[in-house]
Write a protein that binds this ligand. Sequence first.
Ligand code: NDP
Length: 246
Amino acid sequence: MTGFASLEGKVAVVTGGSRGIGAAIARELGSAGARVAVNYRSRREGAETVAGEIDGVALAADVADPGEALALIERVESELGDVDVLVNNAGITRDTLIARMSDDDWEQVIDTNLRGAFNTCRAVSRKMLRRRAGSIVNLTSVVGLHGNPGQANYAASKAGVIGLTKALARELGTRGVRVNAVAPGYIDTELTNVLSEEIRGSILGNTPLGRLGRPEDVAAAVRFLSSDAAAFVTGEVLLVDGGLGM
Ligand code: NDP
């Protein structure tokens, strides 16, 4: 019994599902009834644990690599069936001020966060168009909307994800494929546990709900957008940030 925003009978792929927000999304989609492919890059054990909890499969792929991203989608199709839901969650940061930002810092972040989302969207697009169904949810960030010092690469990648989302929403909408983005504020994961107490304090001071987010807060929004409960929602950027970015 999965109730509201059921994903019963659907096949979902979550990139970067070995930990943090991606792991919470995989669990949420699994508990909504989907068969879930939990992608990871390096942490196989984490991805296998998550997949084991929801009767899914753990699949390795570096989504920044177009060939690996395509192979990932093809493996999902052969092991679970055609993809109904794609969640582009894999993401990294390489924070530093622009004067010190290396080409490598720039390229790795753009390649993973933006090119990775492009690679998997392209890989699922043909079949989704043919089947006239599908839902794609891309993880962006409040930083992609408002910027942040020391995150030129990350902010550019996440702003790019919003452009990608809206372009694809227009391009694929007439064939019934929806494309949305979720923009988390600060969520308690490995990505943010490097923040100093001072920065944490200032974030909390600017967050009306007065706390950091939990991965489960983001997962619930992704489940909604993935499901037929959001059948008339496309091109949307849903902030899940306790009010930080409004
Ligand atoms: P984590 O650092 O906790 O986890 C990142 C995940 O991405 C891991 O599963 C990692 O896999 C995977 N990953 C990284 N690079 C690749 C790659 N090239 N190919 C496949 N998988 C990859 O991050 P969060 O859970 O905090 O963040 C998840 C998403 O949410 C990101 O897109 C992030 O930008 C976004 N976000 C996070 C916020 C936050 O406050 N935490 C705020 C706003 C947005 P592995 O473990 O195998 O290395």
